[in-house]
Design a binder for this molecule. Structure first.
Ligand code: GLC
Length: 640
């Protein structure tokens, strides 16, 4: 409050008198006026906290509201109708019918038109959410798979145009599929016009760009910051800064061509709010908020997950609630589990990747031991009301072992040694490993390393392990049942293997994550109905899981109740659905190589008659439940 007390934003009457006319305008729009009245106080407060001490805060806040009003005026009628539908049913994403898919436009379908031609297949699969990997203009060769954006308003011309994206969004929406794209707002590419202007120190339309990024004349400040920051892409450069040709230093957390924006400057917030509103009006329904943990920097800190990062997300949200309320945020915070959850709330990111469950699924499969995963499901799965996990088995990125060392220690596991063991296992450095992964950012100085590889290759299909297909299905069965939106990396559903050809492409050779970003495997898709082919076995198994999930409302919502069995290799939990009414789904999965039987006594808290949802038959729990190696059962049970 003391900060606000001295700030230019403190006099609410002055602020309102300057800004309210923008909301009411000459063409008074009652809907916008009502949303402004509801959300402006929050935005005003957040601006006070973030920028209150700066002379340009009021000007930026005024401009942001002006942008929101203009954006609403231009919002197409079908999107305004979507806004109304979402306001009436805000938690649609908790429905058991939700199913996500993710792919690269070029690799999966060539172009946006190619993606459009896949719509019948997306429907066959049952998708309700489609994440198209970064598709914006980005530097040739230096694009970090599109995560270095040169313009948020232009689609990479090789893929199509913004008009095509908007029309694809409409077509997807018509068949119940929400379009998801990345919002890469921590950094831009070094070719973005803001970047060029910043280096040149240009003022354009009254906006001084020199302060859009963090640029320092010498190593004094970079050295000071780097005392407490972490190296993210050490293969590319050490530390958090790179040197410009003129000798100055600029903040670049990721690749040297990805420059971090300076959100301490309200003009940066204003500029990004404009890009976000633009995308909202193209029909994007969900923004994947890339690298959220890094967006605010403060000397003497790790510069990760600082309180202001949260305030920024809340501020962006309040802008959207005024002008495009249907648009939601998905958090991409691949950090310590204590931090991951701090981004998940209706006021920040309504949905979030679940990196802990993803990593521990692989951890359990490697060790044939479900203890850490069960512990995480029991204590770290719960989220605030109205929010949801996005449960994925793998992404376009690497797998990092992001479990909490404190949790592992309780089970007698040393985190450091365990991570080393997992890395060795997944890059096939231990005898009898079923996995064929590739190390990513192997850092001998810190001992840090992450794993790249497709689901099928990591699960044993590539190595010809007899349980490979079962492990793929087991991993997906967990993603489909723990609660939240399950997300399929397209290609996984037909057992796609690693693509080692990336080493032959110079722009990819230095980044092993390309091994798990293969091209659409046409032959595997053609074989998807062949019960003898690997593709057919994976596809049939996954289809069965998807159909069962969609038909089982208890698998909606996010509530998960623990369930204990005496077997270390058994993942076990109960899903009561949204309403917590009976019956429930009991999930039992055996990550071990040997069959186990969960005996009648363990199951005695339920009525004897139960239904096996995947085998589609009735069972009697007094007989116990047999779980073959690498298998899953979803049982409809009634607690006594
Ligand atoms: C996210 C993306 C990753 C990218 C990084 C930098 O973590 O998933 O692929 O390298 O952001 O933009």
């Amino acid at each position: 409050m003391t900060r606000l007390a001295r700030s230019v934003l403190v006099d609410a009457d002055v602020v309102r008198s300057r800004i309210a006319p923008l909301a009411h305008g000459t063409d008074h729009d009652a809907v916008f006026a009502a949303r402004f009245a509801e959300n402006f106080p929050t935005l005003h407060r957040l601006f006070g906290e973030l920028y209150g001490m700066r002379d340009d805060a009021l000007e930026a806040l005024t401009a942001v509201v002006g942008l929101a009003a203009d954006s609403w005026r231009e919002r197409p009628a079908d999107l305004r109708a979507l806004d109304a539908r979402r306001e009436a049913q805000p938690h649609f994403y908790l429905d058991a019918g939700m199913l996500g898919g993710v792919c690269y436009v070029d690799r999966y379908a060539g172009t946006l038109e190619g993606v459009r031609r896949q719509i019948p297949y997306f429907r066959e699969l049952g998708l309700t959410y489609l994440h198209l990997m970064p598709l914006f203009a980005s530097p040739e060769g230096n694009s970090d798979g599109g995560y270095a954006v040169s313009s948020y308003r232009d689609v990479d011309p090789a893929l199509g145009s913004m008009a095509e994206l908007a029309s694809l969004a409409r077509e997807l929406r018509a068949v119940g599929i929400s379009l998801v794209v990345d919002f890469i707002f921590n950094h831009t590419s070094d070719e973005h016009v803001w970047a060029r202007r910043a280096v040149a120190g240009e003022v354009v339309d009254g906006v001084d760009h020199s302060d859009f990024y963090l640029i320092y004349p010498d190593r004094t400040m970079p050295d000071a910051y780097e005392r407490t920051t972490r190296e993210i892409f050490p293969d590319d450069h050490q530390g958090s800064f790179v040197q410009l040709p003129d000798g100055r230093w600029i903040w670049a957390t990721f690749y040297h061509f990805q420059w971090d924006l300076n959100y301490a400057n309200p003009a940066v917030f204003r500029a990004m709010a404009g890009e976000m509103l633009f995308l909202a009006n193209q029909g994007v329904e969900l923004l994947r908020m890339d690298a959220v943990a890094f967006i605010w920097k403060e000397l003497g800190t790790t510069c990760e997950s600082l309180p202001q990062a949260h305030l920024l997300l809340q501020a962006f949200n309040s802008v959207l609630r005024m002008a495009a309320p249907a648009l939601l945020f998905k958090s991409e915070a691949i950090v310590h589990p204590d931090e991951v959850v701090t981004y998940v709330s209706e006021a920040e990111c309504q949905i979030s990747y679940n990196p802990l469950q993803m990593a521990l699924t692989w951890e359990a499969l490697a060790n044939r031991d479900a203890s850490l995963l069960n512990q995480a499901l029991e204590r770290r799965h719960a989220l605030p009301e109205g929010t949801a996990w996005v449960n994925y088995v793998r992404s376009h990125d690497d797998i990092g072992w992001t479990f909490a060392d404190e949790d592992a220690a309780e089970l007698g596991i040393d985190g450091y040694r365990h991570r080393r063991h997992l890395n060795d296992f997944y890059v096939n450095r231990v005898p009898a490993s079923f996995a064929r992964g590739v190390p990513f950012q192997d850092n001998p100085r810190t001992g840090d390393c992450r794993i790249a590889g497709t689901t099928a290759s990591l699960a044993g299909v590539e190595a010809g392990d007899p349980l490979g297909v079962d492990r793929v299905l087991l991993a997906y069965a967990l993603a489909l049942s723990t609660g939240g939106i399950p997300l399929i990396y397209l290609g996984d559903e037909v057992g796609q293997l690693n693509d080692y050809s990336y080493v032959e492409r110079p722009a990819e050779a230095g980044d092993s994550r390309w091994v798990n970003r293969p091209f659409r495997p046409q032959a595997a898709y053609d074989a998807r109905t062949d019960p003898h082919a690997t593709a057919g076995r994976v596809f049939a198994g996954l289809r069965r899981l998807i159909a069962a999930r969609k038909a089982t409302p208890e698998l909606g919502g996010g509530t998960l109740l623990p369930f204990r069995t005496p077997h270390r290799s058994v993942v076990a939990f109960q899903r009561p659905g949204w309403t917590a009414e009976l019956p429930r789904v009991l999930v039992l999965a055996n990550v071990g190589d040997d069959a186990v039987t969960v005996d009648a006594l363990t199951l005695s808290g339920f009525d004897a008659p139960a239904r096996d949802l995947l085998a589609e038959r009735s069972i009697d729990l007094r007989d116990g439940v047999e779980l073959p190696a690498a298998s899953v059962r979803w049982l409809h049970v009634t607690p006594r």
